[in-house]
Design a binder for this molecule. Structure first.
Ligand SMILES: *Cc1c(COP(=O)(O)O)cnc(C)c1O
Length: 403
């Protein structure tokens, strides 16, 4: 049959477009149709090793039988959603499990990372108003931090590109360099500051670990002055670093802990764990969400949490992390384009001398999904279940592009 102007599915494909058109535009991303383990397949049957994992979401990889079982259990009950007017078992069990594993307190469920951040801002101000008054409302965040793109979290995400088109932002947001102890000491005025929000390892900001010393200093100052410490572990938490929570490595416990990305096993879910002194200031009507903590996401999250909190699972993440650390360290020595490598467990940033977008594109062509974290950092956040051989193969392929 002759070609028509609109073509057919069989007549058009990315490969055909590449053959037919001069390469002056960025090629369109592939269309993915299937996944298994740490691999995904595009519509043409090409296989890619995934070192992005849906941006640090797919901790258990693709086609996880654990997730399928958790979904099926809920579908069998017939109740996917009921609202927070009523009680459901998965959310209650998950909340209990979270506070047992994190620290004593209570849990609020929502539907994304940014929503967890917004809840934490409201909880911090609610607590501050209860213990002091309206003057104590400022939320301090860290340079290079990322907490989401909704109105409160955007004000705590000090990047001009994200903020400029939307000013005026939420008032009462201040950004400091949290590694600068003097800046911390002078900014954390107990009469005005309600909370400090930081990521123990900054994700979007370029995989930058905050030093243990800075985290401990923040904890000491916040405790002394009666200010809440909020850790955003949306990207670095839930096993990503080889510990269940990143802050456990520094031995520092926050008053509020934000979780999201991997929590729902690929379904949208966020959570805030609030220490008792914060939780007890919250009243009915202070906050809420229709979908938060529904049975389906909560049951999947329970399965994810059971898996990633297993000491053997975490040990495997640390073992694989040590392999990555060793390999990436050799890149700094061998390739002049590699400036520095940063990270822990299975959360790594390769800081490059040049912008990483072309490298990301070449990796894609070589069958590896990797992404940037800022313009000059290649981010590697594979499924936590990735096999050692697959991990080695992915690093080999990227290494081949560097040399
Ligand atoms: C991704 C991310 C968020 C925002 O989560 P969304 O689900 O995209 O709203 C917040 N904080 C950190 C540390 C993140 O990595």
């Amino acid at each position: 049959m002759a070609d028509t102007v609109t073509g057919t599915a069989a007549q058009t494909s990315p490969a055909r477009a590449r053959d037919a058109l001069v390469g002056v535009y960025a090629p369109p991303p592939p269309l993915f149709v299937r996944g298994e383990g740490s691999w995904v397949w595009d519509e043409e049957g090409k296989r890619y090793l995934d070192l992005v994992a849906g941006i640090a979401v797919n901790a258990l990889g693709y086609a996880s039988p654990t997730i399928r079982r958790a979904v099926d259990e809920v579908l069998d009950t017939g109740i996917v959603h009921l609202s927070n007017l009523y009680r459901t078992a998965p959310a209650e069990a998950l909340a209990r499990q979270l506070v047992e594993l994190a620290f004593p307190g209570k849990v609020f469920f929502c539907n994304s990372g940014a929503e967890a951040g917004e809840a934490a801002i409201k909880f911090s101000r609610r607590w501050a108003r209860a213990v002091a008054g309206p003057e104590k409302h400022v939320i301090v965040s860290a340079e290079g931090g990322f907490h989401g793109r909704l109105f409160g979290t955007l004000a705590l995400t000090p990047r001009e590109k994200y903020q400029a088109p939307f000013r005026p932002l939420m008032p009462g947001a201040v950004t400091i360099d949290v590694e600068d102890a003097a800046a911390v000491d002078s900014t954390l005025d107990p009469d005005r500051v309600a909370a400090v929000m930081v990521e123990p390892i900054q994700g979007e900001g370029g995989i930058r670990p905050i030093s243990d010393g800075a985290l401990r200093h923040l904890r000491e100052v916040c405790t002394e002055r009666g200010i809440l410490l909020v850790f955003d572990e949306i990207q670095c938490g839930l096993g990503r670093t080889g510990s269940l929570f990143a802050h456990q490595d520094a031995g520092v416990t926050p008053d509020l802990l934000l979780l999201a990305k991997p929590l729902g096993g690929g379904l949208p879910m966020g959570a805030v764990v609030a220490a008792p002194h914060v939780a007890e200031t919250l009243r009915p009507g202070d906050h809420g969400t229709t979908f938060g903590g529904g049975p389906l996401v909560a049951n999947v999250a329970r399965a994810v949490l059971c898996t990633v909190s297993d000491p053997l699972f975490l040990e495997a993440v640390r073992t694989k992390g040590a392999l990555v650390r060793e390999r990436l360290a050799s890149w700094v020595e061998r390739f002049p384009g590699v400036v520095e490598v940063r990270g822990r467990g299975l959360m790594w940033g390769v800081v490059m001398a040049d912008p990483v977008a072309p490298l990301v594109q070449r990796a894609l062509e070589a069958g590896v999904l990797a992404c940037g974290a800022g313009s000059h950092v290649l981010r590697l956040v594979p499924p936590l279940t990735i096999l050692e051989d697959d991990l080695a193969e992915g690093l080999d392929r990227i290494e081949g592009l560097l040399s």
